[in-house]
Design a protein around this ligand. Structure first.
Ligand SMILES: Cc1cc2nc3c(=O)[nH]c(=O)nc-3n(C[C@H](O)[C@H](O)[C@H](O)COP(=O)(O)OP(=O)(O)OC[C@H]3O[C@@H](n4cnc5c(N)ncnc54)[C@H](O)[C@@H]3O)c2cc1C
Length: 531
């Protein structure tokens, strides 16, 4: 195949879905370009995410610029660099977000993105193996999703402690309502990670009309006036060009999609000129509107023995976990990054939850190849607002496609984010000091009982906060001056070019971002095929 109908740049959560749907029609010749490798052995085992988070073989390993809101720290920004993209290295929690998230997108000037509009795509993408209501859940889509029960005693204890402070359980947070404490639904089946490489690409590798090229860095889009006609990419130092008769679909993710547009002369004119790049299309919104979850991890020591993986998965315990995995495909090795979560409200009168708490039932400590299980027994609980209003930027600092762009989060620049972060931490404290937790001799390690005022808590957040790896919004859709794509994901002012990935989200969804990114890929393909 030389010329193509479609070129898809990036085989991540969204890109794999786009390639799957576009190549379903044998008449469409599709080229899928992925900068990363075809696979990494750690992607198969869920616990392997601990070996992927700092692994240059499968991860772009970006980090943010130092900022006052991080006390000058650089925050790690891991991104998957292999088939499956970030879905191949992520924590595997499956969270769609709230109906209100998508209704807000529609109200912001994006017809076709209300909850009623996107629900069919959420259903079509998944095979949900839990219970739930068929009005909301899909049963025969490519992405397999399970609902692990709260088997370990620590989860039972957390559910009880939450009930003691008035937080109930929810049978399906991806169903009618999101509220409540619950085990995370997971893109894990029979102890195996369900990345989009596995769910969307493995079944279609033999399609003769689809060519997948890995280790292929797309360096630039090829433009002919106001039309995108193809891409320039390099493999092992050799530069290639490919042409697209119909469209190029950029699915390179929230960091690399704005980077690729800027490298192609699409963005803020002054910035492009300063780097010696041509201005092919002035679009001031490229690389703006970055949002992410700034999520401090509160830490809790657990005195009672046998409740955390620190007690049950070290030394001989790890051998037992390996056997348990081999026999039953369960336990630590088959676990979601944050297996339990609670969607809660900061105050009465809200239409839906605005805060997320997520629990990791062990302490880890950094090791040369990634985090290891610590000796000290404890639980961490991250707590943050789900729809932060602080906005940052991602921009290139060089015309060289191999140079990482500069990531500036501007966390806490919207005062409401600081206010809600404090409220989330106070709710985490309420649960972790409820009678059931007291009985397990749970005591606060961080922020530390001495930090009680809002100011003291925020000082700690600035010193210790991390993200939950959900950057979105840097090529936002809309029809205002800062929008990069329209509601059909077409880049404003350029024909034959769309962006379809987490970067088009105008606001952050209420939860994790893999499921909505895949939905965006599904919907993009549907719009393309219907035109
Ligand atoms: C460590 C981590 C944990 C996470 N945990 C969860 C979780 O538990 N649940 C959840 O829902 N979400 C989680 N997320 C977030 C979620 O995985 C992402 O939001 C989602 O995968 C983004 O999808 P995407 O399609 O926008 O980008 P990606 O999936 O990142 O795909 C982009 C792809 O494009 C490729 N690419 C980039 N530039 C180029 C180029 N120039 N040429 C060719 N290819 C290129 C990349 O290599 C990558 O494969 C996590 C993310 C990370 C990193």
């Amino acid at each position: 195949m030389s010329g193509y109908d479609f070129i898809v740049v990036g085989a991540g959560s969204a890109g794999a879905a786009v390639a799957y749907r576009l190549s379903a029609d044998p008449a469409n010749k599709v080229l899928l370009l992925e900068a990363g490798v075809a696979d990494n052995p750690w992607t198969r085992l869920p616990v392997g995410s601990a070996r992927l988070i700092t692994n240059p073989a499968a991860n772009w390993l970006y980090s943010s610029e130092p900022e006052p809101s991080t006390n000058g720290r650089r925050i790690p920004v891991p991104r998957g660099k292999l088939l499956g993209g970030s879905s191949a290295i992520n924590g595997m929690a499956f969270v769609r977000g709230q109906a209100q998230d998508f209704d807000t997108w529609a109200q912001m000037g994006n017809p076709g993105w209300s909850y009623a509009d996107v629900l069919p795509f959420f259903k079509r993408m998944e095979s949900y193996e839990g219970g739930g209501d068929d009005r909301f859940r899909g049963r025969d889509g490519p992405v397999r999703v399970t609902d692990p029960p709260p088997r370990e005693p620590i989860f039972q204890a957390l559910i009880k402690a939450a009930a003691e402070v008035g937080i109930g359980q929810n049978p399906d947070y991806n169903g009618a309502t999101q509220d409540g404490i619950v085990m995370s639904q997971a893109t894990i089946v029979a102890g195996k990670r369900m990345s989009t490489a596995r769910c969307y690409l493995d079944p279609i590798r033999k399609r003769p009309n689809l060519r997948i090229v890995t280790e292929a860095l797309t360096e630039r889009l090829i433009l002919d006036g106001a039309r995108c006609t193809g891409v320039r990419y390099s493999v092992n130092g050799t530069v290639h060009e490919a042409t697209a008769r119909r469209e190029v679909v950029v699915c390179a993710g929230s960091v690399n999609s704005p980077q690729l547009l800027e490298l192609s002369g699409i963005g803020q004119p002054e910035r492009l000129k300063a780097l010696g790049l041509p201005v092919n299309r002035a679009l001031p919104g490229v690389g703006e509107n970055l949002r992410d979850h700034y999520a401090p991890r509160t830490r809790w020591l657990v005195g009672a023995k046998g409740y955390t993986y620190n007690d049950t998965a070290r030394g001989l315990g790890l051998v037992r976990q390996a056997l348990h995995y081999a026999m039953a495909r369960r336990g630590l090795l088959a676990s979601v990054g944050a297996p339990m979560r609670a969607f809660v409200r900061s105050r009465e009168g809200l239409e839906a939850p605005d805060l997320l708490l997520g629990w990791v039932t062990m302490f880890t400590e950094p090791g040369p190849k990634g985090p290891n299980i610590a000796r000290q027994s404890g639980i961490s609980c991250y707590a943050h607002p789900m729809r932060p209003e602080s906005k940052g930027t991602i921009h290139i600092t060089s015309a060289d496609p191999r140079k990482p762009p500069a990531i500036r989060f501007n966390f806490l620049s919207a005062p409401v984010d600081a206010e809600l972060t404090v409220k989330a931490i106070r709710i985490a404290r309420a649960i972790m000091t409820a009678p059931t937790m007291k009985a397990l001799q749970v005591t606060e390690q961080a922020p530390g009982p001495e930090r009680q005022t809002d100011e003291a808590i925020i000082e700690w957040v600035k010193a210790a906060g991390e993200t939950t790896y959900h950057p979105v919004g840097t090529c936002k859709m809309g029809n205002d001056a800062m929008a990069v794509v329209d509601a059909r994901l077409r880049v404003h002012g350029i024909k034959g070019l769309r962006v379809a990935d987490a970067s088009v989200m105008p606001t952050l969804t209420s939860g994790n971002t893999n499921a909505p990114s895949i939905m965006i890929g599904e919907k993009a393909a549907d719009m393309i095929l219907s035109e």
